[in-house]
Design a protein around this ligand. Structure first.
Ligand SMILES: Cc1ncc(COP(=O)(O)O)c(C=O)c1O
Length: 344
């Protein structure tokens, strides 16, 4: 039987053979003593790419966000964020459990946040509301369909909100390719920024948190407290360096294929009102009242998809989905749309 076309997430990618070779050959040391040359090379490379003073290699994007919370806010503080953002909705309550931080939520249905809505929370401090320590944003914004922020609007936003901004850039390179900007330009307005190597860039493990040197020194302490300090992690960092060398420009292919999927879904399910032009990176999110049943039907047709909610279907393209796999997915969508949705 043919392998299913896996569109559940860009986290399902496997390391390329160049990554595996680099991992096998990596020079390593104990990163606990700062002696792993490959980790140091990756951290220096990431800091330079992002235009920040320093960067810290961490096992996961969640840990990078959690470290940012801990260096930017204290227990009891408010952090303003979009209601659907990963740090709010997909980290299993980690902000509360790990750091005693509460969120003030603003609308992020279209990806970008309204600076006035954020300012309203900041201004409420004079009415004896909790201290707003930071603002978290996501670029690309996954739940709205991988929406990239407009770079000029983000710069305006960060200047307007009056608090340090952390940028969850799990897919920052996708955003950069989509808007035709350097990642450093997208990161410049933010105090701290993280990106993931393990999503569209296809490395097996790892994310980087970057920012001012003093904050990153604190972040290293928080990484240790969270159990994320590693030893001969150069075997992982080596794959990350190859990812940065070889996997960035090809993200355009993922974006092209995602748009084809978006167009096919819009055509197959016109009642959804889905506008495929909103798909600008590698994530397709379409509202459908019975999204979960659609996932079951697609699986029967050899396509793995996912949901963000009972009424939100999500498909994600990545380097392991080539044009042949795309065509199979397009045919599956047409077949599923042509018959009644599975009753469960
Ligand atoms: C926007 C966003 N931020 C953070 C993360 C967390 O990354 P990780 O799975 O490496 O912990 C994800 C994961 O999918 C994500 O989509």
């Amino acid at each position: 039987m043919e392998r299913p076309v896996d569109l559940r997430s860009d986290t399902v990618t496997r390391p390329t053979s160049a990554m595996r070779a680099a991992m096998a050959a990596a020079e390593v040391g104990d990163d606990g003593y700062g002696e792993d040359p490959t980790v140091r090379a990756l951290e220096e490379r990431a800091a330079a790419l992002l235009g920040k003073e320093a960067a810290v290699f961490v096992p996961s994007g969640v840990m990078a966000n959690q470290m940012a919370l801990r260096v930017l806010a204290r227990p009891g503080d408010l952090v303003v964020a979009g209601a659907d953002q990963h740090v709010v909705a997909f980290e299993l309550g980690a902000a509360a459990r790990n750091s005693g931080i509460q969120f003030a939520l603003v609308d992020d249905a279209r990806g970008e946040l309204d600076p006035d809505a954020v300012r309203a929370h900041v201004d409420a401090e004079v009415d004896h509301r909790p201290h707003v320590a930071a603002v978290f944003v996501e670029n690309s914004h996954m739940p709205s369909g991988g929406t990239p922020w407009d770079p000029a609007r983000f710069a305006h936003f960060a200047a307007a909100v009056g608090r340090p901004v952390h940028l969850d850039g799990a897919r920052l390179f996708n955003a950069a390719r989509a808007v035709g900007a350097e990642v450093a330009t997208l990161a410049a307005p933010a105090a701290t920024v993280m990106f993931c190597l393990s999503k569209g860039l296809a490395a097996p493990v790892g994310s980087l948190l970057a920012g001012p040197a003093d904050l990153m020194a604190e972040a290293r302490i928080e990484r240790k407290r969270l159990g994320g300090a590693m030893r001969q992690a150069g075997v992982l960092a080596a794959a990350g360096l190859v990812a940065l060398d070889t996997m960035v420009e090809r993200l355009d292919e993922d974006h092209r294929r995602a748009r084809r999927l978006a167009e096919a879904l819009a055509e197959a399910f016109p009642a959804s009102g889905y506008d495929p032009a909103t798909c600008r990176t590698n994530i397709v999110v379409m509202s459908h009242p019975r999204a979960r049943e659609l996932v079951v039907d697609l699986e029967r047709e050899g396509v793995l998809a996912g949901t963000l909610a009972a009424d939100r279907l999500r498909l994600v393209t990545h380097c392991d989905v080539d044009d042949a796999a795309l065509e199979r997915a397009l045919r599956a969508i047409a077949r599923v749309a042509a018959r009644p949705v599975t009753q469960s």
